[in-house]
Design a protein around this ligand. Structure first.
Ligand code: ATP
Ligand code: MG
Length: 595
């Protein structure tokens, strides 16, 4: 007798369900898709225990009659396509007739539906078995309740993450639909707590409602029609750039898609504005003929295939480039604002008299000396040097005298290009990168604060209200004790909102949002203990440090340099970049051919 046997259909269903219903958030996604396909203008999602105990989705869409309600739970039963011709131009989110039967094979499902013309019906399905439909109240629309997901598939249940993680995935799914369909009202309630209540809105207001009001004023509209493509939506300015790829949304014909090429088109447009490891915010809708794209390539329908993907790439990149064209001119000006920062304004600006005098002193040195033929001698190359020579010239200062006493001459200190601090030391000159130097200072101070006494806090004049996306909010709540050690004072203030009442004395007012979001972004919830502190200290110090471009007063320069040389490891920033470059008097003399 052969060894191959036909599987019972319940087993085949469960295997197939594995592809569609990977985790609770996938159930939420399928049910919302069905609601949208049914023309709903209001979708309400309720979950308990990260969706593992309950997922309930209610819509006010077209509803189903009794026969349809029973058929909806049968495999390959769909109202959305009929022929293979339809498959070539899919206009609905669903088309496989797979979602409901798959969900019902791995959970206990109850559904109620009514078309509005007739009485309502309800049905219970457990492990693909049902007693058929029963009458129910005639409330137009549909509710599907999914209980004890994966109760009969222990293998799948084992791989579920903690309810909190699954909950975050669900929030993300609802957020995605909310952004793609701003004209539909969405509600999300989890464990009895209302997380979203979003009335119909235009996209910019919806972005504000989902991410927090300040997003509303930090986005630039995108609008381009070219050939058969229309690109619309919003891209963020530089204040919304984040340290982790998280807030990037591309919707294609009303469907969220994950496509590396399309994302890279957007990043490409931002290339000269942001650094590596930084991600701009965007919500972009692409509309194109349905025949130009195949959505039937992935079980979760999240990947698509284009007939001509490079064309889409170029049109998208062009649209984003146009939208962000004015960003460079919108960069904050580097002029010091009196009192704008706690770090500024204590002494007269360094680039006043002293700096001017230095400039006058040094100018002749940089004027091109006349060449042998009186020609363009300024372009004369310097004699070639070996790499060893060059390294020697740029070597970080290795053997400074005592740490506690400043090794430099505090009278002879200048800021150059608002980026570097030059100073005279006994053996020559040092050049200090102001940002990385300050970063090192703050990094060590933060680590000490985690291991010993908390850092002092200054009360802010105007407490900042931080409204955060729900998942960031939960993360922040976890991090508050550690942030308080750094000198932040934070108070929970109702739904997804905290008030920043105090900031570390080293932090300029107004930077708190940026610092806190970066700390959230760069600290994964899986890490803890020393590793978490180290990551928090690195994120905090990088964002809180003065930037290249910030003018510093004499006092501020001295403060940074003094504190730098009092650190454990003054010569490298937490990321390993040198903070100090030393050029010896001997090297200078050699270069000027004095010796
Ligand atoms: N909320 C709803 N309102 C009205 N009809 C619905 C709803 N949910 C499901 N249906 C009906 O049930 C059918 C089966 O739904 P199901 O999600 O299983 O498949 P589908 O949406 O057609 O395709 P896919 O598997 O790609 O989601 C749908 O085609 C639709 O006719
Ligand atoms: Mg469906």
């Amino acid at each position: 007798m052969g060894i191959i046997k036909r599987m019972p259909s319940s087993l085949a269903d469960q295997i197939a369900a594995g592809e569609v219903v990977e985790r609770p958030a996938a159930v939420v996604k399928e049910l919302i898709e069905n609601a949208i396909d049914a023309g709903a203008s209001h979708v309400s999602v309720v979950t308990e225990q990260g969706g593992q105990k309950l997922i309930s989705v209610t819509d006010n869409g077209s509803g189903m009659g009794g026969d349809d309600l029973a058929l909806a739970f049968e495999r390959h039963a769909t109202s959305k396509i009929e022929t293979s011709k339809d498959l070539a131009a899919i206009k609905t989110l669903g088309f496989r007739g797979e979602a409901l039967p798959s969900i019902a094979s791995v959970a206990k499902v109850w559904a109620r539906s009514a078309t509005g013309d007739d009485q309502g019906h309800e049905i219970s399905v457990e492990g693909s078995k049902t007693d058929g439909v029963k009458p129910a109240p005639p409330v137009k629309g549909t509710t599907v309740q999914v209980k004890t997901l994966f109760y009969n598939t222990p293998a799948r249940r084992k791989f579920l993450k903690a309810p909190r993680t699954e909950h975050q995935h669900i929030i993300e799914v609802v957020r995605r639909f909310a952004l793609c369909y701003p004209d539909i009202a969405f509600e999300l309630t989890s464990n009895g707590k209302e997380l979203f209540r979003l009335p119909p809105a235009d996209l910019s207001d919806r972005i504000g409602a989902v991410f927090g009001r300040h997003y509303r004023s930090s986005i630039l509209p995108l609008s381009l029609s070219k050939e058969a493509f229309t690109i619309a939506g919003f891209v963020g300015n530089l204040s919304l750039v984040r340290g982790r790829p998280k807030e990037q949304y591309i919707f294609l014909n009303g469907r969220a898609v994950q496509d590396r090429l399309l994302n890279s088109a957007v990043y490409g447009a931002y290339r000269s504005l942001i650094g590596r490891g930084e991600f701009p915010f965007f919500v972009i809708n692409i509309t194109m003929p349905h025949e130009e794209v195949d959505v039937n390539v992935h079980p979760a329908k999240s990947e698509v295939r284009f007939r001509d993907e490079w064309r889409v790439y170029h049109v998208l990149k062009l649209a984003v480039t146009e939208a962000i064209r004015d960003i460079p001119g919108m960069l904050p000006s580097f002029d010091p604002l009196p009192g704008a920062s706690s770090y500024r304004g204590q002494l007269e600006p360094a680039n006043g008299g002293l700096a001017a005098a230095i400039a006058a002193d040094t100018r002749p040195i940089f004027e091109p000396a006349p060449g042998p033929a009186g020609g363009d001698a300024g372009a004369q190359p310097l004699p070639k040097r070996s790499i060893g020579d060059q390294l020697e010239m740029a070597r970080p200062l290795g053997d400074l005298p005592e740490r506690s006493t400043a090794p430099y001459n505090p009278e002879r200190i200048w800021q150059v290009h608002n980026k570097y601090i030059f100073s005279q030391v006994a053996t020559g000159i040092v050049i200090i990168d102001q940002h990385v130097a300050h970063e090192r200072v703050l990094y060590e101070a933060a680590l000490q604060a985690f291991n010993g006494d908390a850092l002092p806090s200054q009360t802010v004049l105007f407490p900042q209200v931080l409204e955060l996306p729900p998942d960031d909010y939960f993360r922040l709540i976890d991090l508050i004790p550690a942030l308080e050690r750094l000198g932040f004072r934070l108070r929970e203030f109702g739904k997804d909102t905290v008030i920043v009442e105090g900031v570390p004395t080293d932090v300029a007012w107004g930077r708190e949002r940026e610092i806190i979001t970066d700390v959230i972004d760069r600290t994964d919830r899986r890490i803890e203990g020393a590793e978490l502190f180290e990551k928090m200290a690195a994120a905090y110090s990088c964002k809180a440090a003065v930037k290249a471009g910030d003018p510093l007063t004499l006092e501020e320069m001295r403060n940074v340099v003094d504190r730098l040389f009092a650190t454990e490891n003054p010569y490298y920033c937490p990321h390993g970049r040198p903070t100090v470059v030393h050029m010896s008097s001997t090297e200078l003399d050699r270069r000027f051919e004095r010796i």
